[in-house]
Write a protein that binds this ligand. Structure first.
Ligand SMILES: [Zn+2]
Length: 69
């Protein structure tokens, strides 16, 4: 199974909720997953099974998560 990472986009309101809830995002399937630490890296996704879940803040810092207006 290929677990390629893809850039994800999220709107600002959803991002706020993610950070408040300590949710992360899977860079493979795009599902919200958690709770995880804000700086989590490469955690296992409960949806697709790939080790591609990053904490919300980490995903932004690393450039994987873009905020749409
Ligand atoms: Zn996933």
């Amino acid at each position: 199974m290929s677990c390629e990472k893809r850039k994800q986009t999220v709107n600002a309101r959803d991002l706020d909720e993610m950070i408040m809830a300590n949710d992360g995002i899977c860079l493979h399937c795009g599902e919200i997953d958690g709770p995880v630490e804000p700086d989590a890296r490469n955690y296992k996704c409960n949806w697709c099974g790939c080790y591609t879940v990053l904490g919300a803040e980490e995903a932004i810092v690393e450039g994987w998560l873009e905020i749409e207006e």
